[in-house]
Design a protein around this ligand. Structure first.
Ligand code: HEM
Length: 405
């Protein structure tokens, strides 16, 4: 039972300590996914809900506690490219950690990464939409993630947080993501360090609501749950929309995300070795845990205002809500208190799949022109928005404070 919030806990007489709202809950079902399904095909089999990041966490905690985080963040604003040397002046322990953590795993396969590029080029438009409105909105339904984001700096400045997360989605799909001229190693490593910062800071928040089994946020298991809201959810949607994906491109896309998990600090024994293995893990760890929380609802509400103040008429709250309902289903949308939209909900339900098939050249009849145009125009506006958000320099940083609210 994960659906806790500070008010209901207080009402129920739960313990609300100085370090956040905590209640004793029955231990969740154990992690039973076998390392035999993982990339290396073996592992010690320890429960990843009790593992965090033993390399990054102590180093980043020291950087924060010694007051060096602002200086480190400033230095790292100049560090963007995978092959770029680290800036001078970093604390030696941090530098050692980063030099080690920036190395790609020995199992990196450049040919597979080239196939991932083909996939990203062909499917880029849909990918932006799925990352935003299936993965991004799904994150508001993952209770531990929603609460971690809501009570950290990310919840205080959600727009900034979304732009930074979009950078990861953009970088992983770029031509040279993991090549020397790309930025994905840097983006992953900075994210890994931001997560370590959250692990150190969030337990100090008087507001953070969490279950007793989660004294430290963002465990290895949590990262894999969120991972499934990304690539596994992408593949599920492509299957649902009947988009044919070439086997090499599908394998390449998986590979790029396996590397990403590794670069975010996940141990290889928890990274699925195939799409079937990913499905089996997602069914176990992602599907059963999704549920609305007060924090998730507030985040979803803020996300729907993304297009506000923009001159892009189709990115209104109503349309974005309809898209969320279409991507995540009625139960999830109702849970997030997102209403049906009278024009776009039925339009997407009836016309999205034919639109995709027409666009893919797999269907050439039965699609009203107006419906095709409306969806096409929506996608165009979304791409414009997405790209304009990414035009400014974006710096993922070690957080130095929690959400003060
Ligand atoms: C920060 C991506 C898993 C909670 C970030 C950032 C990125 C990112 C790109 C930097 C954005 C920023 O600095 O605001 C990912 C990816 C994940 C993942 C790709 C898994 C594959 C998780 C999980 C949680 C989480 C499982 C919580 C349970 C947070 C929080 C921040 C953050 C709280 C910091 C926001 C802030 O205070 O600035 N993540 N994340 N993330 N992530 Fe994750």
């Amino acid at each position: 039972m994960e659906d806790l919030n500070r008010r209901t806990l207080i009402k129920a007489g739960g313990v609300v300590g100085a370090a956040g709202a905590v209640a004793a809950v029955a231990p969740a079902t154990p992690w039973t996914w076998s390392p035999a399904n993982s990339l290396p095909g073996r592992g010690a089999g320890a429960d990843p809900r009790t593992l965090w990041d033993d390399e990054a966490d102590p180093v980043i905690a020291k950087v924060i506690d010694s007051g060096q985080a602002p200086k480190v963040n400033k230095l790292l604003r100049t560090w963007h490219k995978n092959s770029q040397p680290l800036p001078a002046g970093l604390p030696p322990e941090l530098r050692d950690f980063m030099e080690h953590a920036r190395q790609l795993p020995s199992w990196t396969d450049q040919a597979k990464l080239a196939d991932a590029v083909k996939f990203n080029q062909k499917r880029g438009t849909y990918l932006g939409i799925i990352y935003g409105f299936a993965s991004g909105m799904m994150s508001t339904l993952i209770p531990r993630e929603a609460r971690a984001v809501y009570y950290s700096k990310g919840g205080w400045d959600l727009k900034d947080r979304i732009t930074k997360t979009a950078k990861l989605g953009y970088d992983i799909g770029s031509l040279n993501a993991y090549q020397p001229g790309g930025e994905m190693i840097v983006t992953c490593l900075k994210t890994r360090m931001a997560h370590a910062g959250v692990r150190h800071l969030l337990p100090q928040s008087p507001h953070w609501v969490h279950s007793a089994s989660e004294n430290i946020p963002i465990s290895q298991a949590d990262v894999m749950v969120t991972w499934h809201s990304l690539p596994t959810t992408v593949m599920r949607n492509f299957r649902k929309w009947q988009v044919p994906i070439a086997a090499d491109e599908s394998a390449g896309f998986l590979h790029s995300w396996q590397i990403t998990a590794h670069m975010l600090g996940v141990k290889d024994e928890y990274i699925p070795g195939s799409w079937n293995a990913a499905e089996s893990q997602a069914r176990q760890v992602l599907d059963p845990i999704q549920m609305p929380t007060p924090e998730g609802r507030k985040l979803a509400d803020m996300l729907l205002d993304l297009g506000m103040n923009l001159d892009l008429t189709l990115l209104s709250r109503g349309v974005l809500g309809a898209l969320t309902r279409f991507m995540l289903g009625d139960k999830a949308a109702d849970g997030l208190h997102i209403p049906r939209e009278p024009v776009w909900t039925p339009l997407l339900e009836t016309a999205w799949t034919p639109y995709v098939l027409v666009r893919e050249g797999l269907l050439n009849v039965g699609m009203p022109r107006e419906a095709y145009w409306m969806i096409d125009e929506f996608l165009r506006q979304f791409v414009l928005f997405y790209m304009s958000e990414l035009r400014m320099p974006i710096n993922i940083e070690i957080p130095v404070f929690n959400n003060p609210k």
